[in-house]
Design a protein around this ligand. Sequence first.
Ligand SMILES: Cc1cc2nc3c(=O)[nH]c(=O)nc-3n(C[C@H](O)[C@H](O)[C@H](O)COP(=O)(O)OP(=O)(O)OC[C@H]3O[C@@H](n4cnc5c(N)ncnc54)[C@H](O)[C@@H]3O)c2cc1C
Length: 547
Amino acid sequence: MTQPSFATHEVFNQSPPFEDVDLFALDRPLGDAVAANGGGAAEKELSEFGRHWGSAAMAERGRLANENTPKLRTFDARGNRRDVVEFHPAYHELMAHSAHAGVHNSTWDTQGRPAGGASEVVRAARFYMAAQVETGHLCPITMTRASVAALASQPDLLAKAMPVIATRSYDPGFTPWWTKRGMTLGMGMTEKQGGTDVRSNMTRATRDGDAYRIVGHKWFMSAPMCDAFLVLAQAGEGLTCFFMPRFAPDGSVNALHFQRLKDKLGNRSNASSEVEFENAYGLRVGEEGKGIRTIIQMVQLTRQDCAIASVGLMRSGLAHALHHARHRSVFQKHLADQPLMQAVLSDMALHVEASVALVMRLCRSFDRAPDDAGEAAYVRLLTPAIKYWTCKSAPGFLYEAMECLGGNGYVEEGILARHYREAPVNAIWEGSGNVMCLDVLRALSREADAASAVLQGLVGETEGLPGASETAAFIGKIFRWPDSERVARLAVEKLALLAAAAALNQISPRSAELFAATRLAATHPAMYGAVDLASADIKSLLMRALP
Ligand SMILES: Cc1cc2nc3c(=O)[nH]c(=O)nc-3n(C[C@H](O)[C@H](O)[C@H](O)COP(=O)(O)OP(=O)(O)OC[C@H]3O[C@@H](n4cnc5c(N)ncnc54)[C@H](O)[C@@H]3O)c2cc1C
């Protein structure tokens, strides 16, 4: 498109912004994956969400929220403690839009029980689309949704909090949670001496009537303006989970003292604090000494969201890359028509198509797990494997997507630089890569029969796909090795690839065949586009990805 001319030159051959699009309608692999996993009836509302989040106005909110980072106001002008964090209005607007669509609560009913139906799949589709626009604000959104699973261990507390969690209002006011129109929750586990090893937590909780007083610190505690946090602290019987609100029951500000905000690589719109608890008020959640068992219910769900967000980021990278390649000409020919660029883009499209099929299949298991032991076993074994594979593949994928836009991909005006900086955090938090692999090994050793049934299910679902039976045999063999930790990364990656091929096979057998040929029958090369797909396959993959 020709643009108005400058004194020295005319502007042309720049791709128009990828904005004011329907993020749902343009994404056939997403629509197919939602339908295949039981969410087809929500197509209309997902398209509405896709149009809204694909608008230029939402993109602008994402930019503003990240350029105007949150600020900690520890004290007021007179030296009184305030411990509040100020966010740009755009951040609050993003929060309000997500809350309005129920991204923070729609998998629960008003009592905090699983909402049933395809609520996980439908909500995941929203989370995935929102992640394409702005991921920082999704941190409190995912934590709020996930906290309900841990609060279920304390039914009296859940019954009080649920009416405020279950609303679709976002209320940013700094007032006690029980007075608000809607509330958000965060999580505090990581301390200076240990994040993975939460058993080393030093923060202590002492009984004070029906409540506890908590003394100690957290080295990372994100979204500090949440209305309450689920924190781990050592009580008489050992590590215990506590509900720590920003306000004590008498209406005074609870003693959560923020030391500073982290200066982070990405995830800039979200604040991540270092905090001290100086005799802070807390209520026990679950039994004393059962803190890990309680909070892991929450972490299981945030891990699921890390995977969904990572695939959302990759989808955005792919869509921007494809859009640019269709508008940008080099050597008198659109990039999208150059065979080498087609090889890169189609290989990337295949990766995203398999990834979205996989995360939506996982969400179907979350939907069905309460009534189906087989689906519960799928959730248990595959959530860490899928988090591992999707989150760890996102940074490399986004780097490639950025390169498809050339220099424009690398500058901050575009969204890809922000996505690239954001991507690694999903692999680090909620259990880093190695921790996910150890978790898969734990599921295999503690629930061996259930895990083996899941693997058998994948074998059936991938029957006839190139390399599938060999991959399954290899996984089975490697997991039986006495020294399996040393080879766990290889086996977990292969497990995720097999599960992805199985999920894709239910949606698009032709894509599943290509995926298996390039990822199961052969080791995928380090770079995208270094595989040989037929030109007919390339065309169909790219049309499915972005018509
Ligand atoms: C932006 C951001 C926000 C965060 N927000 C929060 C928050 O809100 N609440 C919260 O509680 N935490 C939060 N965290 C902390 C995060 O969850 C931890 O950083 C993470 O769990 C890793 O813990 P760690 O940093 O102590 O690293 P470590 O536990 O020291 O781990 C370092 C590395 O060693 C690996 N490793 C650990 N154990 C083993 C093993 N047995 N064998 C092999 N390798 C191993 C890990 O995979 C990791 O790669 C946040 C982190 C970031 C970056």
